[in-house]
Design a protein around this ligand. Sequence first.
Ligand code: PGA
Length: 256
Amino acid sequence: MRKHIVAANWKMNLLISEGERLVQEILKEPIELKYNQNVIFCPPFTHLTSIAKLLNDSGKTKFYLGAQNCAIQDSGAFTGEISISMLKDIGVRYVIVGHSERRQLFGESNELIKQKIDALLTNQITPIFCCGEPLDVREKNNQNEFVEKQLEESIFHLKGAVLANEIIIAYEPIWAIGTGKTATTDQAEEMHLHIRKLIETKFDIEVANDVSILYGGSCKAENALELFANENVDGGLIGGAALEAHTFLPIIKALN
Ligand code: PGA
């Protein structure tokens, strides 16, 4: 049975004190998450230790810590990099990989993303694998082929059981990220169904049914309920709307 998840991608935002306040405000809300629902906070690296402490001290079990990036090497002369074992040491359970900002601004390829996924899985950390097309691809109606190539080159080498249980997919159309332009409910559902069909063809129907596929891109309080109501949308990866409790809490509550 697949998990329903809301993951907060803070990107390069908030100072530690602001992040702590935000998490405290969310944790103090009496939210009853169901057995298959999780919330994941992905703050900047510098905030991980203090957010980990807040999550631990809260005693709440369905709120987890994630990071926004990782190195593929485990240690050594890689100035400026953070290894997966360092993240694990802090209590990180998830890492976002393949985010379009890392692909576009930092030149990350499908091959590098594949290597990050393999390194994370070796360390028992769950990758949140992002895929999604830019606007010009959507305008030519080539989004299905574009996303298929991303899946083929970064995650379709995995074993079915690993794909089903140890990885989360996030579909984020690039034209909807931070633009206020959300994919319509139909556009999101169509792509999520397409991804699930590709997985069914490549693996089998159980794997396709078990993998969680999140939607990301201007998901907010106003549209989360409608997006999450789709059969194939299992929650969201949230940027801007995850930076304040009053905008993030309704999105958590929209989980079904
Ligand atoms: P957004 O970002 O919600 O601000 O559009 C989503 C993301 O980039 O993960």
